[in-house]
Design a protein. Structure first.
Lengths: 220, 242
């Protein structure tokens, strides 16, 4: 099998790599989705004057951004069971990656909210809108548009980092690649193809991000 | 209608307001003038508590609003319209949505009731043909007229104008002042901070001259412009009138 020519070999492993890629994309979408949900509230908390919101959100961001995702992943998958909490691999990965992404997205939202001119909030408040109404109807919609490029970058980063989930037995792209490698010993070819599969997703995405950035700098 | 008592405002170490008292009656038009840095805008922003006075009381219709909690203050702000130097239209909403947002979300009007009010206000402002335009597609004068309509849509009891023409190109100032004059004719209670002295003389029931955090002098336009008593008022007027 291992002296099979490259293209037939590639065709034979492609279905497996395709499934792995789907898993990678699924993992990333769910994780960043959780991240965005956390990030909206985290971002609001980070710009709050209330210590009860500001301090916990800041501590969260600093802890998550200051520790490796791999450690966070292991804590959820290998650490929690010793506290009596057993989670399946996929759930563990999505929780760890979602909480991780949430910290970065929190900072993205914080920046987006702070980039909206103060006058927008003042005008809204002067009309009788509460702080939260002003956030919801005035500040966040404008902030959201501005943070689309950094959110795209976060998605790209998370897509690559999701390869770490291969260490907790999730059959995503990286894991599938390594399994094929250990079966066929054609490490270089297989891993190169795996890397190219990541690139095939990230490259168009980063082009879209750059395009939106350029368009926004013109319209603003 | 509005009574400010001994308003002090400090930013860090800088004392911007140093014990200002001001009463505005229903239907009265009060124009505040003075050099920049005098505390005019800060004083105006204390009326609806966009700026919290460091000390002093703001009494609106007999009630001290500086003691209110956040939700009660929101209810008071509904009744106090404000127009800003930097206009501050909501950039992501079209003209109609800018004007109807607060009546719908704050007052709980139906969409069609709010649009009815918005349509007639915008017609009065002369922008009935721009209902679906976005702020970035309007001239500065049009934007400020939409902002006035947005404030009026809440049917406020009093309107605050914070240098509404200062950020406009010269040829657009008149269209905004004309709209404000028509509000004066309707009997709207107004507090206006402006550098447009001709306009002040024309519409004001009372002129307040502020400098350095104090009200230096107040009186009718005639008293202030033709016969100022305080030296600082004389100095200021001699610099800006020619």
């Amino acid at each position: 099998m291992s002296d099979e020519p490259f293209f037939p070999f590639l065709m034979s492993i492609m279905p497996h790599l395709g499934k792995g890629t789907l898993m990678t994309v699924e993992l990333t979408i769910i994780s960043v989705g959780i991240g965005v949900l956390i990030g909206i509230f985290g971002g609001i908390a980070r710009v709050s004057k209330r210590p009860l919101l500001f301090i916990p959100s800041t501590v969260y961001v600093e802890i998550i951004r200051g520790t490796p995702l791999l450690a966070q992943l292991f804590i959820v998958y290998f650490g929690l069971p010793s506290l009596g909490i057993n989670l399946p691999p996929f759930t563990s990965a999505v929780i760890a990656m979602g909480i991780n992404s949430g910290a970065y997205v929190t900072e993205i939202f914080r920046g987006g909210i702070q980039s909206i001119e103060r006058g927008q909030m003042e005008a809204a408040r002067s009309l009788g809108l509460s702080y939260l109404q002003a956030m919801r109807y005035i500040i966040l919609p404008q902030a959201f548009k501005r943070i689309l490029p950094p959110l795209g970058n976060e998605f790209i980063a998370m897509l690559k980092d999701s390869s770490l989930a291969s260490t907790i037995a999730i059959a995503e792209l990286m894991r599938v690649g390594r399994e094929i490698t250990s079966r066929t010993f054609r490490s270089f070819e297989v891993l190169a193809v795996v890397a190219l599969m990541y690139l095939a997703i990230t490259l168009p995405l980063s082009l879209i991000v750059r395009y939106t950035e350029r368009r926004m700098s013109v319209s603003d | 209608m509005i009574r400010l008592e001994k308003i002090y405002k400090k930013f860090e170490r800088l004392e911007v307001l140093k014990g200002v008292d001001l009463v505005v009656e229903k239907g009265e038009v009060v124009v505040i003038i003075g050099p920049s840095g005098a505390g005019k805008s800060t004083l105006l922003r204390c009326v609806n508590l966009l700026e919290r006075p460091t000390s002093g009381r703001v009494i609106f219709e007999g009630i001290d609003i500086t003691r209110m909690d956040g939700r009660e203050i929101d209810r008071v702000r509904e009744r106090i319209g404000m127009v800003f130097q930097h206009i501050n239209l909501f950039n992501h909403l079209n003209v109609l949505d800018n004007v109807t947002l607060a009546p719908v979300k704050v007052k709980g009007l139906s969409r069609s009731e709010a649009e009815h009010i918005a349509n007639s206000l915008l017609a009065r402002m002369g922008i009935e043909d721009k209902l679906y335009a976005y702020p970035s597609q309007l001239s500065g004068g049009q934007r400020q007229r939409v902002a006035i309509a947005r404030a009026l849509a809440m049917q406020p009891d009093i309107m605050l104008f914070d240098e509404p023409t200062s950020a406009l190109d010269p040829e657009m100032i008149k269209e905004v002042l004309d709209v404000m004059s028509s509000l004066v004719k309707d009997g709207m209670t107004m507090i206006i901070v402006t550098h447009e002295m001709g306009f002040a003389r024309e519409v004001a029931d009372r002129i307040i001259f502020m400098d350095n955090g104090y009200i230096v002098e107040e009186g009718s336009p005639k008293e202030i412009f033709s016969n100022p008593k305080e030296e600082r008022t004389v100095m200021f007027l001699s610099k800006i009138l020619y």
